[in-house]
Design a protein around this ligand. Structure first.
Ligand SMILES: [Fe+2]
Length: 381
């Protein structure tokens, strides 16, 4: 049974900060697009495990169609004997030409932030400790109870979540945070009665981490359910949610944390005015926990809408774990992101749990290098 509040999340999740980033994305598109057209090739391109389909090729039908409309309109206007009709046809040609130029710029900008190669097989068909059974976290938006993901160490629960017309799903992770077995919850989802019962059966929830400025909607309900738990926020979140009793902010790897760092380590990924994120690493299970920094959408059949799949393909995001292209285009301090990613790549993780999309259960390190190649340089890995 899906918690009825999930509908509210879908309606509520269009946060003003996301629209505030669009001017940055447009500026980034101009800067990256012109750089690519001028022949600049980012150094991280050398780190991609294999070439990805060129965004220029993906966009080519659109660019060529607009250019053909422009050429046809100009030819028709020239052949017309004059008058208002010729001007109207010529105006259509100018508009088509402008759109063709914008499309070329967008494709070039996406190419400049290095879309990683597709990885449709990044998630295993079954969990290793449940061979032969269908993967319980597939498709990624299926509502689940708490699933034992790594025996005795890591548990995951999912819920559906619609966003901007597509199905994103959302994931929560529960890990053991110290030797006594106390629990840490990362990116909480709606606490259904069944999930609450399962978590209570595992042990005491001590810590709740809201890893970025978006994944905070259910911190309150989890604190109500576990009054002894303490909530820790990504930088900037306490200002955004002053109604919640935050116990601390995870500003950098140097923070003092109440859990055992030999169990759960963290790095704060910066470099974007909005998408600051606390990445966690669960050492005993070698599991990296990310939230919105990497998404893995656009796989069929989960992304049933051909239109959404096409949109993701144009954005260089379909069927691959990747940083969202809007985030890549609007980074204001890529060197800060690079420092965080280098720290993250130093952890010997074997799998990555993300909030939205298929899990990364094969070639986890190579997949993350591909996904963050836009900020990396040869020698970083
Ligand atoms: Fe998210």
């Amino acid at each position: 049974m899906v918690d009825p509040r999930i509908r509210d999340v879908a309606d509520d999740n269009r946060v003003p900060d996301l629209t505030a980033q669009w001017p940055l994305v447009l500026r980034g598109m101009l800067r990256h697009g012109l750089a690519w057209l001028a022949g600049d090739r980012p150094p991280g391109a050398a780190l991609l495990s294999r070439p990805a389909p060129s965004p220029l090729r993906t966009w080519a039908p659109i660019i060529l169609a607009l250019a053909a409309i422009a050429a046809g309109s100009f030819a028709a206007a020239a052949l017309a004997l004059g008058g208002a009709l010729a001007w109207i046809v010529a105006a259509v040609g100018v508009v088509a030409l402008v759109f063709a130029a914008i499309a070329l710029l967008m494709a070039s900008a996406i190419a400049h932030v290095l879309p990683p190669p597709p990885r449709p097989e990044c998630q295993l068909p079954s969990l290793p400790h449940r061979p032969g059974e269908p993967h319980p976290l597939q498709p990624y938006f299926r509502a689940t109870d708490l699933v034992e993901y790594v025996p005795g160490e890591v548990w995951v629960a999912q819920m559906p979540l619609r966003f901007l017309g597509g199905q994103l799903g959302a994931r929560m992770v529960v890990v053991r945070g110290d030797r006594e077995g106390h629990l840490l919850i990362h990116s909480p989802i709606a606490p259904t009665p069944a999930i609450l019962d399962q978590v209570r059966a595992l042990g005491e929830v001590r810590w709740i981490v809201a890893p970025n400025l978006l994944h905070h909607l259910f911190v309150g309900p989890w604190l109500e359910a576990f009054p002894a738990a303490r909530a820790y926020a990504a930088p900037g979140l306490p200002e955004r949610r002053p109604d919640l009793p935050w116990a601390g902010v995870l500003a950098s790897s140097d923070d003092d944390v109440p859990w055992d760092r030999s169990f759960v380590d963290h790095v704060t990924l910066r470099g974007h005015p909005f998408h600051v994120e606390v990445a966690l690493y669960h050492r005993p299970s070698r599991t990296l926990l990310l939230c919105d920094q990497i998404e893995n959408l656009g796989h069929a059949p989960e992304t049933a809408s051909a239109l959404v799949r096409w949109g993701l393909e144009l954005a260089g995001m379909a069927r691959r774990p990747t940083a969202p292209t809007d985030l890549k285009l609007s980074l204001d301090d890529p060197e800060a992101t690079r420092a965080g990613v280098r720290a993250l790549l130093a952890w010997p993780f074997e799998r990555v749990i993300i909030a939205h999309g298929r899990l990364i259960e094969r070639d986890a390190r190579a997949t993350m290098i591909d996904a963050f190649a836009h900020v990396l340089r040869p020698g970083d890995v």
